[in-house]
Design a protein around this ligand. Sequence first.
Ligand code: F6R
Length: 589
Amino acid sequence: MCGIAGYVGQRNAPEVLFDMLERLEYRGYDSAGVMFIAGKRITIIKDKGKVREVRGRVKPENYRSNSGVAHTRWATHGVPSRINAHPHADCKNLFAVSHNGIIENYSALKKDLILQGHVFKSDTDTEVISHLMEEYYKGDVVKAFRETLNALEGSYALAVLCVKEPGKIFIARNESPIIVGLGRGENYIASDAPAFMPYTKDIVILNDLEYGIVSKDGVEIFDLSSGRKVKKEKRTLDWDLKEAEKSGYHHFMLKEIMEEPEAAANALRACRDLKQIAANLNAKKRIYFVACGTAYHSGLVGKYLLEGFNIPAEAVVASEFRYSTANTLNRDCGVVLISQSGETADTIAAGKAARQKGAYVAGVVNVVGSTITRIVDDVAYTYSGPEIAVASTKAYVGQVIALTQIALELALAQKKLSKQRFTALEKELREIPSKIKSMLVENDVKELAEECADRRTLFYIGRSVNYPTALEGALKLKEISYLHAEGYPAGELKHGPLAILDKDVVVIAIKSGRLLEDKMNSNIQETKARQAKSIIVAEDGDIKTPAVDPLLTPIVNIVPLHLFAYYISVLKGLDPDKPRNLAKSVTVE
Ligand code: F6R
């Protein structure tokens, strides 16, 4: 997730653009850049660092132009650096592009373009776009733009400048947002409204597979497949600036939960790197998933999935692993580090210890270029986008999807899963983003949260692949509501915790479809007999989840539990984005 801002009008664009960019920084913050046309050339100034730092270095007030585009980056392809920062120009500096999203077919496009003589400067997927524009341009910018868009697979919000048509910004959208802000004698574009909220609240929203031309006097939007002009309605936002930053949500946590369908779709895009990791793990005798907190719970899902296929695997918390399990490693071991930030000290130390012992070490990480990505043999990114709320939500969904893909690939390679079942599961995985979306649109979770906010304690129970869901649901609630919550293997309640169950206790039972359903039903009866309030998370439960294969239930089951924790926190008058005593990234042991 990156932030794009654009301006055309009477004012000095480089300065307006940096103002806009500062209000978009929550979308990404590893590097920033701006492009504008002055004289007969495109000027690009960009650097690594936060927007304010880059602004201090490039001094936009020293430049003059009335139109331009700026970008704050959250790296997906290519580490954060000046070269990889946006915008990216073509060989002749005719075009420059800022992009938010992932171009899935960029390697194939890049290979072709290099064969045709194009010279690439960066490691980004974005740069193919400017070279494609150059390749297709025969005197008609719009035609070249349309042909370029038709060649792209993946997600994009794009803003393109062309020296031949100064005063115009060419924009397009597919699965990544871009909106137009309407001013008087000036217009704006942005990934999100806060960028231009101090100047205008009148907006036009682009839909997927639409493109447009924005100038100071007007905005034209077209449909990509037909090329026909689309009539757009002006909408007026009634948000204030703070709300707008969160796309109208009260908290980043809720915004990030609502982004889970997109995070799921993006994690599915990492499949090539995950295949590579699975292929390397296939040569190993012992497999370990190593991580902390929420990321550890996703590793535990990985362990259960592999063991379900009869492939031995372990999940170990990083702070324990480095002082115990690590001692037993050798070249026959494969270790998968999982981390949202890629900067967690215990996970980094565990990875280094594993490497010292000669183990193969891979990373499943969200933040591109982070420390973990630099100490591993292979990395697969989850592409969840920046997570601002301290409690991890959408990143967990991305991690579980990534580990599910590794497990399926490995099971297929070891012939523990038939090709037919593999294909069926893969197909179901691709339907997960829309299933999550429908769950987020319609649910009764808020009402259930209201019934539970004053209870003494909450137990989350699950079996097999959903035991980790129970741990994660409880962790989320503890973190942001300060209520006592515990995740437990459902079959283990009778070995102790049943003693404290009464009507003040809530038991959230998380089912795995038909997998061990009878056993779960008995465990639920045990809790009901002690008058605990039970909430069943299942296809036909009190919290309804979509029908999916039992192996994929951990992905969908966690979504309502994220909402549940969020609502309880808000009901208790707390700030779910900033739980006390916790930091987003734990860089100390
Ligand atoms: C909980 C949470 C933490 C992190 C843990 C690891 O909501 O966010 O438990 O999961 O600190 O962080 P990463 O994934 O950045 O290594």
